[in-house]
Design a binder for this molecule. Structure first.
Ligand code: SF4
Length: 374
């Protein structure tokens, strides 16, 4: 399996958001320069220089200062040739002109901005550092600098958020004529501030039905925009779909560099050690910074193919499945597929199985059916 994509993890943030369970650390007093030394050393072990896509995420890569950011960008350029898509995650208030100029100079052509909502009260509840004006400024600056593709992340099903709030944020995002939107419902995760508040009765989430209504509105609203849905939570203008994320959904290989990063290379799914100090120690001792790894069996790979592939509007193609696994899809999942088509949760057309509108709303239940199958 040829690997043409890489993910780089920068696990630092200038403030920790109340809902966040990502792999990240408050940047103050962290050994950021030492971390970059190690990250650059790990990247240099890559066997592959030619990549199609690169995604630098976190944490927040724009939490690095200008000097650190340039160092990282130079190291990436010295290690890889990125042919198609070079994405950086960014927080709107950290995207100064100086940082944007650097990103542009070193070839970054796509920004994924953590906006979450345009409502100032909700931004405060989420513990975000940016305000609404920062979003407008960041988009304006990114356009001026000439970044080709701008994506905004928006959240729904937030505490105190009404359907009207979400509709407004979505409209404001679309009014900015951006190229791509990713929109996810809040999931209450253990070990977050939100979770503790919820347990103490200090946080009220809208009920599940409102979450479903918001998602249904999202899908319908986007139908009347230039951004077409191509995955459960992702919408893009033509030519602006996230090529990097499609690698995950197509169940293809990718490298993962940095503390806690995951990769899928030569049939091995692996996750690097975390926290930062453990990662640094491993790299400095010239050891592979491995936390755990597994080699999915063929059965597991076929299950993954279904529940990842069905996330995309295109769905799973039965001829592609046969080519990849040398077995007919019906032989493995025939009963499940028939039952899901009968329940109108899946559609079948021209060799493709895909989620119906109803199937999208209860996607996880559909995916589980494939896990029970084999
Ligand atoms: S900026 Fe992103 S990674 Fe950092 S704490 Fe907030 S949500 Fe988490």
């Amino acid at each position: 399996m040829e690997v043409k994509s890489a993910y780089i993890h920068i696990p630092f943030c200038v403030k920790i958001c109340t809902y966040c369970d990502f792999n990240k650390y408050f940047i103050q007093n962290q050994p950021v320069d030492q971390y970059l030394d190690c990250l650059i050393k790990e990247m240099s072990t890559s066997k592959q220089r030619q990549l199609k896509t690169m995604f630098v995420g976190g944490g927040t890569p724009t939490a690095l200062n200008v000097k650190q950011l340039e160092r990282l960008l130079i190291a990436i350029n010295e290690t890889f040739d990125i042919e198609t898509e070079y994405s950086f995650e960014a927080n709107p208030d950290e995207l100064t002109m100086e940082k944007l100029q650097l990103l542009k100079k070193y070839g970054v052509n796509r920004l994924s901005m953590g906006v979450q909502t345009f409502n100032p009260d909700l931004l405060a509840i989420l513990g975000r550092t940016h305000g609404t004006e920062d979003i407008y400024q960041a988009v304006r600056n990114a356009r001026e600098i000439g970044i080709e593709s701008i994506s905004l992340d928006l959240m729904y099903h937030l505490p105190q958020q009404t359907l009207a709030d979400f509709q407004e944020s979505l409209d404001l995002a679309l009014n900015l004529d951006i190229d791509h939107i990713s929109s996810y419902g809040l999931i209450l995760e253990p070990k977050t501030q939100f979770y503790n508040m919820y347990r103490k009765g200090k946080l009220k989430l809208p009920n599940e039905d409102i979450g479903e209504e918001m998602y249904t509105h999202l899908i319908q609203r986007m139908k009347h925009s230039d951004l077409q849905q191509y995955e459960l939570s992702n919408f893009g203008k033509q030519g602006h779909e996230s090529e990097h994320n499609k690698v995950y959904w197509k169940n293809e290989g990718y490298y993962g560099f940095g503390a806690g990063a995951s990769g899928y290379v030569d049939g091995e799914r692996y996750t690097n050690v975390n926290p930062v100090n453990h990662y640094i120690k491993k790299i400095e001792n010239n050891e592979r910074p491995l936390l755990h790894s597994s080699w999915p069996t063929k059965t597991e790979q076929m299950e993954e193919e279904m529940f990842l592939g069905l996330r995309m509007n295109k769905g799973v193609n039965k001829f592609h499945f046969k080519h990849k696994f040398d077995v007919e899809i019906d032989e493995i999942f025939g009963q499940t597929l028939t039952s899901l088509v009968d329940q109108q949760l899946l559609s079948y057309y021209d060799g493709n199985y895909a989620l119906t509108e109803r199937g999208k709303v209860i996607g996880n239940e559909v995916f589980e059916a494939f896990l029970l199958n084999v």
